[in-house]
Design a protein around this ligand. Structure first.
Ligand code: ADP
Length: 437
């Protein structure tokens, strides 16, 4: 502030004095016009100029004679910053002169007219003005310091509060701590709202991670408990009792298989979440993959009527293994959620290059609520939980990720107790292989 003050005063003084000098120059020019018309008159110049503070020295250049002069203090050789200028304190009074030389031709004679402006009066006036401004400046500065501090405190208070809240944020209080947006100015309010929205997203993601870990642990706990139970049984009776031995081996083997299946699914989802899941895409005939899958299922599942109705040749650009894994989920579910003798129909159609696979069954069907949730991780309908049908509620989440990875869509049609259809569309993608050789 002091530096700004100093700069302001310097600039102000310069402008003020220069204005006064220019004013003198203008008056002098006006008067010199008269000199053009008459020969420079000693009295006229001496008296008129002197009255308004201009001292004059006139030299006839044709004979080099000085005609007359009333210059009290000749400063014609004083140069300050290329100005012909003089400044000094004489008897405690500031004396300031500016000088300049003009040339005038009258009849055959040429005159050198040296004009010296006395700016001492203007300087004194400037001094008085500067004092007044300085006092005003100090008063304003004091007021700014006094009230500015209060304003600053008011302005920075919300930032301080935000910093304090942000410092206190941990995963444990993520759900209750948010930045206070009340009373903050617009820009700060926007920033706080953006940060709060970001915290909401982090909280949702953290909660879903927590839920995932808890669900996964829960799913793993059941087979572990079963294995432990049978191990205890074996320990007590197994070695002697043939029946117990066989039952335990079967149960342990089943649970181990279920655990392996679950761990593989968890690994798949974790690879997807870590973005390390890679799809090895190429152009291949999808109907062949679907037909293979139907053949494999028919070999294992004998007590369902499995038909493959339409099987049109259709090329897709994708990862054959991953797509087979996805379609297997729908087919396995159709088997799981139907009873003996029910129908399962699979078709693979070519609709203008798009591949449309339909897996339909006449099984237990789904309610509207189930249809809204079946792609959520670990979701299983009430009905299948009550019926004790095995599963972890991860198959459809995985299938959905794979289909989305091929920019595909899944449509469901289902009627509770009547059956369900899953319609999977994998859009045609023109794929050009660039030969780099
Ligand atoms: P899982 O079959 O292991 O439970 P999924 O993710 O494959 O897991 O399926 C989630 C839920 O969707 C199932 O538990 C079931 O409630 C419902 N579901 C899936 N497919 C069918 C189907 N074809 N018929 C009826 N319900 C189904």
């Amino acid at each position: 502030m002091i530096l700004y003050g100093f700069l302001f005063f310097t600039l102000f003084s310069f402008i003020f004095l220069n204005e006064a000098r220019l004013e003198f120059k203008e008056v002098a020019s006006e008067m010199l016009k008269e000199v053009y018309e008459n020969k420079p008159q000693e009295e006229f110049i001496l008296e008129t100029y002197k009255e308004i503070g201009i001292q004059t020295k006139i030299k006839d250049l044709t004979n080099g004679k000085e005609e007359f002069s009333n210059v009290e203090k000749d400063i014609s050789d004083h140069k300050i910053l290329s100005f012909n200028m003089f400044f000094e304190y004489i008897d405690g009074k500031a004396v300031l002169y500016f000088g300049e030389t003009r040339y005038v031709t009258f009849k055959e004679s040429e005159y050198e007219i040296y004009l010296q402006y006395d700016l001492s009066g203007d300087y004194a006036q400037l001094n008085r003005l500067l004092w007044k401004i300085l006092i005003l400046y100090i008063v304003v500065m004091l007021l700014v310091i006094r009230y500015g501090k209060k304003e600053n405190e008011k302005l920075f208070k919300p930032i301080e509060d935000m910093t304090k809240t942000a410092n206190q944020l941990t995963v444990n209080n993520l759900s209750c701590e948010r930045l206070n947006v009340e009373g903050t100015k617009n820009e700060l309010k926007n920033l706080a709202t953006v940060i709060n929205n970001m915290l909401d997203r982090i909280e949702t993601s953290y909660e879903s991670q927590k839920q995932f870990v808890s669900d996964a642990s829960h799913e793993l706990r059941t087979p572990i408990a079963v294995i432990q139970g049978y191990a205890n049984l074996l320990h007590r009776w197994g070695s002697k009792d043939e029946e117990v031995l066989q039952e335990s081996i079967d149960a342990i083997s089943n649970e181990a298989k279920s655990m392996q299946d679950l761990v593989e699914k968890l690994l798949f989802l974790s690879r997807h979440d870590k973005k390390t899941l890679k799809l090895d895409k190429k152009r291949f005939q999808m109907d062949v993959v679907v037909a293979d899958l139907v053949k494999e299922t028919k070999l294992v599942v004998k007590n369902r009527n499995i038909h493959n109705t339409i099987m049109e040749p259709v090329m897709v650009y994708g990862d054959p293994q991953a797509l087979k894994q996805a379609i297997r989920v729908f087919l396995d579910n159709a088997v799981k959620y139907t009873k003996d003798g029910d129908d399962i129909t699979i078709s693979c159609e070519n609709k203008d290059g798009d591949c449309i696979i339909t897996v339909a069954d006449t099984g237990i069907g789904m309610t509207k609520k189930d249809m809204d949730h079946i792609f959520q991780r670990f979701y299983r309908s009430e009905t299948v939980r009550n019926k004790n049908i095995s599963g972890h509620g991860l198959g459809l989440s995985i299938a959905k990720l794979i289909i989305l990875g091929h920019t595909g869509r899944i449509k469901i049609r289902s009627q509770y107790t009547k059956g369900s259809s899953f319609i999977i569309t994998i859009p045609d993608r023109i794929w050009y292989k660039v030969n780099m050789d």
